[in-house]
Design a protein. Structure first.
Length: 487
């Protein structure tokens, strides 16, 4: 390990990280059987090396460290990391704008960059750009391969990928991970849903499928409408892997029963550089019918779950914001980055699989950014999902928050029903019942209306059912001393 003198910031030290770090437990099973003390010692050594690395290579981090009087040599234990400030998305975007395209946090010369990765921009405030070196790319694929293996995917298994390839890290990592684990990868994203089912799924009978919960629901409904029983039509299918959004336990149980396959959940983000967490062999639902957990990849990332207000660590079982520090990323590493992901912390010893890594609760990950304040009430989209999709007759919905001509905040939810939903009176009754339940649970009145069949967008990768149009509405309204009037 190299030692960096904080007072010699111009020193050109060539950091060479162990290439074995880019491989995980599919090739190094000792990682899964190590005890917690060994894990924390490895974390400390890698953290020290990474802090030395970014201090020597990045003007962005060197300035941040110096502003709080911190030097990598000051790291004596893992808790010392908390002396460094939290890093937010707006700070990364400002850095990119000041030193385009990757910002001054870039730690490698341009000839080492092999790939550009962009965040999906779901928070609505811009996309972060990440430079990926060959080691970064290899690690990302290995991380996916690791959890594919844990979920039961083996060499030669037909693995159906429904996510479209692009500049987002998830689809690319999934494709490379399938290749690394030795699966027979079928990237069928470009085709429409009926073609996916008829031409590819029926013909090649997959062993494993990767999809979002929303898209898996869509495929389930299409199978029903085409008279297909998934259990009979896809007899080899035994693994369904989902990611990107929350879901109720009842949904997961129903999908498992219909498809006859165990559901596993995967969690990743661009900032981690690969797949950050996944369920072990037990899957998302325990034998007792409760939620399972997703073990975090603490060998390659140091995770903190913090109260977003106090920035103090939360107790096990409590919710908080996930904060991450890369432990050996080369191109665009992050130190104490606020993901804005709301998770529930599960201690490592709570899972019977025996792995030493802490976990987060399956099926409940949500974005703090997604919370919408409507008429002073906090409304979480996933809570609305649970209410509306509790009715099996519903196929999809989309919602918008807007300001009407009188300057009042309103919520309109368009609901699309399945073909088998029944007569108009029955559908209207469902809309009324769901609206009443939402009013009780969220404390906000919402107008639910029926959408015509096939009119709402279907999401293959990240689902975004809500739009906030209040700023546009406010521009149309003049506020006067006498009240409001239409402009």
């Amino acid at each position: 390990m190299y030692s960096v003198d904080c007072r010699q910031s111009s020193k050109n030290t060539d950091f060479r990280l162990d290439p074995a770090y880019s491989m995980l437990s599919t090739l190094y099973p000792k990682l899964d059987t190590a005890n917690r003390a060994v894990l924390e010692q490895v974390q400390f050594e890698r953290l020290r090396s990474q802090l030395e690395y970014v201090y020597a290579r990045s003007p962005f981090y060197r300035q941040r460290f110096q502003q709080v009087g911190f030097c990598p040599d000051d790291l004596r234990e893992l808790a010392d990391l908390r002396r460094l400030p939290l890093l937010s998305k707006p700070e990364l975007l400002a850095d990119q704008q000041n030193a385009p395209p990757y910002g001054e946090r870039l730690c490698v010369p341009s000839d080492k960059i092999r790939m550009l990765i962009l965040t999906s921009g779901t928070s609505g405030i811009g996309q972060e750009a990440y430079a990926m070196t060959r080691m970064d790319i290899e690690y990302g694929g290995s991380a996916w391969a690791n959890w594919f293996y844990r979920c039961g995917v083996r060499k030669g298994d037909r693995l159906l990928l429904t996510w479209p390839l692009g500049t987002n890290s998830g689809p690319q990592g999934a494709f490379l991970g399938g290749y690394k684990v030795g699966a027979n990868v079928l990237p069928i994203a470009p085709y429409d849903s009926e073609t996916k089912i008829r031409t590819y799924m029926q013909r090649f009978d997959p062993v494993a499928i990767l999809a979002t919960p929303a898209y898996l629901s869509h495929l389930t409904i299409l199978c029903e409408e085409q008279g297909l029983d998934p259990k009979a039509s896809f007899p080899s299918l035994r693994i369904i892997m989902i990611a990107t959004e929350a879901y109720p336990v009842s949904w997961a149980q129903k999908i498992q029963a219909i498809w006859g396959a165990r559901i596993h959940e995967l969690y990743g983000n661009t900032q981690h550089g690969g797949l950050a967490a996944g369920t072990c062999e037990a899957g998302t639902i325990t034998e007792q019918g409760s939620r399972g957990c997703l073990h975090m990849d603490e060998w390659s990332c140091l995770y903190e779950v913090l109260d977003p207000e106090t920035q103090e660590p939360v107790e096990p079982g409590s919710e908080g914001e996930l904060v991450l520090t890369n432990l050996f990323r080369e191109g665009s590493p992050l130190v104490r980055f606020r993901t804005k992901d709301r998770v529930r912390l599960v201690p490592y010893h709570a899972c019977s699989c025996g792995r030493p890594t802490n976990a987060i609760e399956a099926g409940t990950i949500a974005r703090y950014d997604d919370m919408i304040k409507i008429r002073t009430q906090n409304v979480w989209p996933e809570a609305v999902d649970a209410t509306i999709f509790a009715y099996p007759e519903v196929e999809e919905y989309q919602a918008r928050v807007y300001v009407d001509e009188y300057g009042k905040e309103q919520v309109e939810i368009k609901v699309e029903f399945r073909a088998s939903a029944g007569e108009a009176d029955a559908r209207q009754r469902i809309l009324e019942l769901a609206a009443a339940e939402l009013r009780r649970n969220a404390g906000v009145s919402m107008c639910l209306v029926e959408a015509s069949a096939g009119s709402l967008e279907r999401f293959v990768f990240k689902t975004r059912r809500w739009t906030d149009e209040r700023n546009k509405g406010l521009e149309r309204v003049l506020h006067t001393a006498g009240g409001t009037r239409k402009e």
